[in-house]
Design a binder for this molecule. Structure first.
Ligand code: 6R9
Length: 689
């Protein structure tokens, strides 16, 4: 396989670039095993924080060249996407139209083509003789193993598709999926796709009331759920709770119940005529369900995403464009080789990362993945690294918040394991602070794995801005440059282009995996994304900075900007500075109304290891922030927190922290991973206002 010279920015910013050898020289970490030597990690991290840019690690050999893609996409984006759609997807009816942009912002892609998404993810691999390849190395939280091959998954998907048909599900009907991280969740999504039903996956950790809301607004006809769930050795009945919340939904005709892993001692209530066991449904169904080609723009799924307002947005994706985005970006960004790589994305299928990068992207590419049911600290804090070692994971994709949690636990857990199989690391979900980036790079990646900081959204369907592994020089904290065929730009408040500096992030050209609308709410779709700068400019909702090398730095949601005495500060920037302090594990910064300065900064801080939050640490931190950003950015107040309120997908809920800081009644906390975190913080703040 040929090796292409890496892209290099024209100029290198102060601080200079650093090579893999230099990292190894300064860290004492072996590039081949990832094991630490005796060098003080903390000092090394501190030393590297001033390094602005990292070249792709010297020994990294890229398997999939991308220079031709860049050139083709730059010359003619539509022709580029059309060629990719022909090369990467298998069509029943080839398309002749590519983009239809006659009615913006309602774009269509490949509209006269037909294909079946489940056939693209399963049948074509089996037909090519790769049915024996493992699709998922499933790993249960009690250590159970189950290898599901492509042939297994195809068989299961066909039976379930027939089962759904027997329950009266037809193309266009909505099927809810509320399942833990078990292979059945992939089969459920694929079975829907096979018959053209629209799936609506709800994160398995959400409360049944959230499931009810999402089923109700989408008129779900069937819900696929589980008898009970387990988490860190504890069990909770799911079906009974679902019944209590959803029993009276008029549109919901059937509930299919999977017998989840482990013993479930609870009595599972089953309503005759409505409820059916998953295994019994499959046993009664025929083994063959032909994959019929569906129109490219057939709706594939709805995924509710919590916006800044109370009402969640039902983001709608369609078939071909979405699949093309997931398929192309996975192989291109991560340099995945389905024949040799073992890939693991630690997200949950209940959010978009799971849809695109646990289910559709990996399966469409024919990759072998790990699927893990459990928590990262059960039975011990090294379980992720044990799994990497056991399955020889080569490509690992997780969230910055998870990395910061690992930092808090300490390098001794990854250091227990041989992580030398890893070759590419990825992050997603929020800006990654440089310290977490460096720790990930050194402790997990052994200094030898490129890190891809992938920026995208539920709405974008697939990654839009990211380094390409082994090609793009990376700057910790920057998602770097757009992928081929993607055209982001920054605009000022009044809509003028910003070529260097801070602005509102927009995408100026449609791309295949973009959302098509908000479910049954075209009006809100246009208002939310396409009203501010007109119907052809997609407004992302993030602010970003563009540097002299054309690198994008995502600052955060537009509403996460703090204004202190007329100076705009990003919560992410202040957080990053705080977290760079050696005593700190994690920080969340919010604004508190202030008579004098308009807004003042309140920082909620979790300390690493044994440090205790006292006046001395507080003074150190304030001084530290002053040095890194300026006196203006010094937190007015620091609240020591044992944990921060996070959504199930790991995003810090700053809205709730603002409520606490400003002494307001706490809003809805049911979407938090751990609602108890909020009451603990509120008590702390109330005790020392
Ligand atoms: C995939 C996903 C989207 C929002 C997005 C942005 C933030 C995601 C990021 C990132 C900085 C990254 N975000 N990736 N910010 N760097 N690499 O997370 O989708 O749940 O819809 O969230 O997450 O603010 O607008 P979603």
């Amino acid at each position: 396989m040929s090796h292409h010279p890496p892209f290099r920015p024209d100029s290198v910013r102060p601080g200079g670039t650093v090579t893999d050898q230099a990292v190894r020289a300064t860290t004492g970490r072996s590039a081949t095993t990832g094991r630490s030597a005796t060098t003080d990690l903390e000092a090394t991290l501190e030393g590297l924080l001033s390094v602005e840019s990292f070249d792709p690690p010297a020994g990294f050999v890229r398997r999939r060249p991308v220079d031709a893609d860049r050139a083709a996409a730059a010359a003619d984006p539509q022709a580029f996407w059309a060629a990719a759609a022909r090369e990467l997807l298998t069509w029943d009816t080839p398309f002749t139209q590519v983009l239809d942009d006659t009615n913006p912002p309602f774009y269509t892609w490949f509209a006269d083509g037909e294909l079946n998404l489940s056939a693209n993810c399963l049948d074509r691999h089996v037909e090519a003789g790769r049915g024996g390849r493992v699709a998922f190395h499933w790993r249960g939280e009690e250590g159970e193993h189950r290898d599901v091959t492509y042939a297994d998954l195809l068989a299961e998907t066909q039976r379930l598709a027939n089962g759904l048909l027997s329950l009266g599900v037809r193309a266009g009907d909505v099927v809810g999926i509320f399942l833990p991280m078990i292979p059945e969740v992939a089969a459920a999504m694929l079975a829907c796709a096979r018959i053209g039903a629209v799936h609506n996956v709800v994160f398995g950790g959400f409360a049944p009331s959230a499931v009810r809301e999402r089923m109700e607004v989408s008129d779900a006809k069937v819900l696929i759920t589980v008898d009970g769930a387990r988490r860190k050795g504890r069990r909770a009945p799911v079906k009974a709770a679902v019944d209590a919340e959803l029993g009276d939904l008029p549109a919901l005709e059937h509930i299919v119940v999977v017998r989840g892993p482990g013993e479930n001692a609870d009595e599972v209530p089953m309503t005759a005529g409505r409820d059916v066991w998953y295994d019994e449904l499959l046993a009664a169904a025929g083994p063959v369900c032909p994959a019929v080609g569906l129109p490219a723009e057939h709706p594939l799924f709805i995924l509710y995403s919590s916006g800044s307002t109370a009402k969640p947005k039902g983001i709608l994706h369609t078939t071909a464009g979405y699949l093309l985005g997931a398929t192309y970006t996975l192989r291109t960004v991560f340099d995945l080789d389905p024949a040799t790589d073992v890939y693991w994305c630690s997200a949950d299928v209940g959010w978009i990362t799971g849809h695109s990068y646990i289910v559709y992207g990996p399966l469409s590419n024919g990759v072998t993945s790990v699927m893990f049911e459990g928590a990262p600290d059960y039975p011990d804090h090294d379980i992720w690294w044990r799994i990497v070692e056991e399955y020889k994971v080569t490509v690992f994709y997780t969230a910055p918040t998870a990395i910061r949690t690992c930092i808090k636990w300490g390098a001794q857990y990854p250091d227990r394991h041989d992580l030398s199989s890893l070759r590419v690391l990825g992050t997603v979900g929020e800006p990654i602070n440089p310290k977490a980036w460096l720790w990930y790079h050194l402790v997990i990646g052994g200094g030898r794995c490129p890190i891809v900081d992938t920026w995208w959204q539920t709405e974008t369907g697939s990654v839009l801005i990211s380094p390409l592994a082994g090609v793009t020089p990376t700057k910790p904290g920057s998602a770097t440059r757009p992928l081929p065929g993607i055209s982001p730009a920054l605009l000022s408040e009044d809509g003028r282009p910003v070529t260097e500096g801070t602005g509102i992030l927009v995408i100026t050209q449609p791309w295949p995996s973009m959302l098509r609308t908000l479910y049954k709410d075209d009006k809100r779709f246009v208002e939310t994304y396409f009203s501010r700068f007109g119907p052809t400019t997609y407004v992302v909702g993030d602010a970003a900075r563009l540097d002299a090398d054309g690198y994008f730095w995502i600052i955060g949601r537009i509403d996460d900007v703090i204004n202190v005495s007329g100076h705009r500060l990003s919560t992410a920037e202040v957080e990053s500075a705080i977290v760079a302090h050696e005593a700190v594990a994690e920080a969340a910064v919010v604004a508190q109304a202030d008579e004098q300065t308009g807004q003042a900064i309140v920082a909620f801080v979790t300390l690493a290891g044994e440090r205790v939050g006292d006046a001395a640490v507080e003074a150190e931190l304030r001084e530290h922030v002053a040095r890194r950003i300026g006196k203006l950015a010094r937190p007015r107040r620091i609240v020591w927190a044992d944990d921060l309120p996070k959504t199930r997908s790991g995003k810090i809920m700053r809205r709730l922290l603002r409520d606490v800081a400003e002494g307001r009644e706490l809003g809805d906390v049911t979407t938090l991973r751990d609602p108890a975190v909020m009451s603990a913080l509120a008590a702390k703040v109330a005790a020392a206002p």
